[in-house]
Write a protein that binds this ligand. Structure first.
Ligand SMILES: NC(=O)c1ccc[n+]([C@@H]2O[C@H](COP(=O)([O-])OP(=O)(O)OC[C@H]3O[C@@H](n4cnc5c(N)ncnc54)[C@H](OP(=O)(O)O)[C@@H]3O)[C@@H](O)[C@H]2O)c1
Length: 251
């Protein structure tokens, strides 16, 4: 896909990875970026970069009515980046109740699915375009320390495959991005190694240009992804040592 001249929409644009997406897309000469956030006042610095091209949009992706309204208002989008997400770092059994698991599924799975459904006709009208879903390596292998987050990203990974097949006929490129630990607020308490958000964003935008469907940005993600091909049970057993409430040191 040719990013130059395209119209992009990004959810969670005020976040660690989201804000870098806006900056890098501007460098690639997009004609417009709808920068979405729950609180648009958090977008002031990004809008100040280029107020003609960065359009702030209020959007909570778990609000179905808001998603439908934004899809109607932003009918010229050709590159949809589903980036908003959260991890509450809870175990599946150790958590006090289902609250964290439901919240993560609501945002990381249903929120992304709802965006893809709302924007599929928009992308079709633009000749196909692309959807980028920011998933996680933990969607490929469960880390019990944040077991319910891993499960929500696994659901989103499967959904990304299904959407790719369903939208192939209309020419929409569907990309899944599976980083390891990224240096943002979400992973502030996690140990190194961490990949910088700039590397995640650059690898992802290159994948959009090249038409590459699966992206593993950074050394940690690439290493674990290749171990998963050769020794999936070994990786499962190793990550199984990192239980809820214990330290992640040595991960
Ligand atoms: N950091 C990592 O290690 C890592 C690794 C793999 C994948 N990822 C994925 O990368 C994506 C971006 O995360 P990040 O690392 O950049 O974390 P971040 O800095 O915490 O950003 C998360 C963004 O999501 C937004 N958000 C949360 N709930 C939302 C909702 N209901 N509706 C709309 N926006 C909402 C946040 O907005 P508010 O400011 O309003 O909360 C924020 O803009 C997530 O999908 C995450 O799962 C991160």
């Amino acid at each position: 896909m040719n990013i130059s001249g395209s119209v992009a929409l990004i959810t969670g644009a005020n976040g660690g990875i989201g804000s870098i997406f806006v900056q890098e897309l501007l460098k690639l000469d997009v004609s417009k970026i709808y920068a979405c956030a729950r609180d648009v006042s958090k977008l002031n610095q990004l809008v100040a970069l280029d107020s003609h091209r960065v359009i702030p949009v209020e959007l909570n992706v778990v609000n179905a009515e808001a998603v439908a309204r934004v899809a109607k208002d932003c009918s010229d989008v050709s590159l949809l980046i589903n980036n908003a997400g959260t991890s509450l770092n809870q175990g599946l059994i150790a958590a006090a109740d289902l609250e964290a698991a439901r919240l993560e599924m609501e945002l990381n799975y249903f929120g992304v699915l709802s965006m893809c459904r709302a924007f599929a006709p928009v992308l079709k009208a633009q000749g196909g375009g692309a959807i980028v879903n920011i998933l996680s390596l933990l969607g490929k292998i469960n880390l019990p320390f944040s077991g319910s987050y891993s499960a929500s990203k696994a659901a989103a990974f499967s959904m990304t495959q299904g959407i790719r097949a369903e939208l192939m006929g209309q020419g929409t490129l569907v990309i899944g991005v599976m980083p390891g630990t990224v240096n943002t607020e979400l992973a502030k308490d996690w140990p190194d190694p961490k990949v910088e958000p700039t590397e995640v964003v650059k690898d992802t935008l290159q994948a959009v240009i090249d038409g590459q469907e699966d992206v593993f940005p950074g050394e940690q993600a690439q290493q674990i992804a290749s171990q998963l091909l050769t020794d999936p049970k070994g990786v499962e057993k190793y990550l199984g040592n990192f239980l809820p409430g214990l330290s992640l040191a040595g991960l």
